[in-house]
Design a binder for this molecule. Structure first.
Ligand SMILES: Cc1ncc(COP(=O)(O)O)c(C=O)c1O
Length: 446
């Protein structure tokens, strides 16, 4: 049973806290009183260090799409490890992975690899600044674009006390370690508000290097950027000489041609991470040739110096190409259909347990909120919603004890090896868990 102070996970977490502040190196993997430590993954299942098996709906925050230890990925990585693991020279794998992504994504004629989505976004912004000769970057309030100072803005630090007027949001810092210069350099836009975006961007037009957004915003329950908002941003950036960046670090998983294939707008630059590394660390910035020319030392427009010991390393690029090779259009249909099934099941579970909540998402990416029927439409709506933190944690513990691993915040991601029966099993556990929460509350109230 979780939690169990005598478990191996609890013991490891105690040891970890001696040498790692907070006990681990990623805020997102911690939950109280300790996170379960994983020993093994196979297909859609993970086994923890105490031997408990669960269906994995976290999938390393979407990075795992073909399943854990997919035989083709394992074979590619093993073959690569036996040939050369890391080298201060280019390797053919880089070319093959680049070709695969360029072939799939409309806004990507060329691509440069990095080691994380964060870095891909840092270099997209550098490209935009070098291309435009300008400094400021506009972003949507509440969206997450990785860990760089510029992008660690206008998220959790944006609260009713700090966020300013809805039609002209303040830029805030996530923490005081983020340099204060970001307040001047980053412009914050309200999601899907064309009139507000027009007023804000026209004030900063002469110094606006880029606008960055996700076509579906993960942190806002995967809501879709509206056609009007996208059309306006596409038109404005083009006519203003600014660069339109789509962050597809997570949403590239939503379809064979990425999210941009679904919203039908071609950005100037696109950032990647997660699935394109087949499970190994990765990131990238891709785009149309005109913009990517800033990286090209043969081109008179060369302005960005891009280096990195592990960029496009042969292990990552082998794993990435193998995983993308498995992800055919049929494979995307499968994980997306499972995502639909999951959303329908979770909605029914909330209804059957008489628990207020909402379920949002796109394709294989799902978000469930407990405590308010929503829907989440932007950051301020999300912050203002009733959040039943107790039900979230009780459900999370119930799921840990009943064979299902989810992020505590109830983000759910499907993967290729999952079957309908895995989805139905998980949904049944959610319904049982929510009903148990309700029974407990009624008993306490009576
Ligand atoms: C939309 C989005 N952008 C950027 C990032 C940052 O990617 P990484 O964690 O690889 O730095 C993430 C990571 O979750 C993300 O979801």
């Amino acid at each position: 049973m979780f939690p169990d102070n005598n478990s191996r996970s609890a013991q490891l977490y105690r040891e970890a806290r001696n040498v790692i502040p907070g006990g681990n190196s990623r805020v997102a993997v911690y939950y109280p009183p300790y996170p379960v430590y994983i020993a093994k993954g196979e297909g859609c299942r993970l086994t923890d260090v105490d031997g408990v098996e669960r269906i994995d709906f976290i999938n390393n925050m979407t990075a795992i799409v073909a399943g854990h230890s997919h035989p083709k990925v394992v074979e590619a990585v093993t073959r690569q490890a036996q040939s050369v693991m890391g080298v201060g020279a280019p390797h053919e794998n880089e070319v093959r992975l680049a070709e695969m992504i360029c072939e799939r994504v409309a806004g990507v004629e060329q691509i440069r690899f990095t080691n994380s989505g964060t870095e891909g976004i840092m270099y997209a912004i550098r490209t935009a600044r070098a291309y435009s000769g300008r400094n400021k970057v506009a972003r949507v309030e509440g969206a997450y674009h990785g860990g760089s100072d510029l992008m660690e803005t206008s998220q959790s630090g944006s609260t009713p006390d700090t966020w300013g007027p809805a039609e002209r949001p303040n830029t805030t810092r996530v923490d005081t370690g983020v340099g204060s210069e970001v307040i001047d350099e980053v412009i914050t836009l309200p999601m899907n508000d064309v009139a507000a975006a027009k007023a804000i961007l026209s004030d900063h037009a002469s110094d606006l290097a880029a606008v960055i957004l996700d076509p579906f915003t993960p942190r806002l329950g995967f809501i879709r950027a509206s056609d009007e908002f996208l059309a306006y941003l596409r038109e404005f950036t083009r006519s203003n000489g600014s660069v339109l960046i789509f962050d597809e670090v997570m949403t590239f998983r939503s379809g064979y041609h990425g999210a941009q294939g679904q919203v039908g707008v071609v950005p100037d630059l696109t950032t990647f991470g997660k699935v394109i590394g087949g499970g190994l660390p990765v990131g990238a910035v891709g785009g149309l040739r005109e913009f990517m020319a800033v990286f090209d030392q043969h081109d008179s427009r060369h302005r960005v110096y891009h280096s990195g010991t592990y960029n496009a390393n042969p292990m990552t690029t082998a794993a990435g190409a193998a995983a993308l090779g498995v992800m055919t259009p049929d494979a995307y249909d499968h994980i997306n259909r499972l995502g639909e099934r999951l959303r329908a099941g979770l909605r029914a579970a909330l209804r059957n347990a008489d628990m207020p909540g909402c379920v949002q998402g796109v394709g294989s990416l799902t978000y469930m909120h407990i405590g308010d029927e929503g829907p989440i439409t932007d950051h301020r709506v999300r912050v203002g919603m009733n959040h039943d933190a107790e039900a979230h944690s009780l459900l999370h513990v119930h799921l840990l004890n009943n064979g299902v691993l989810t992020a505590e915040g109830q983000a759910w991601f499907t993967s290729l090896p999952m079957k309908d029966s895995d989805i139905d099993f998980a949904v049944d556990q959610v319904e049982a868990g929510l009903k148990q929460v309700q029974v407990g509350r009624r008993a306490l109230a009576s």
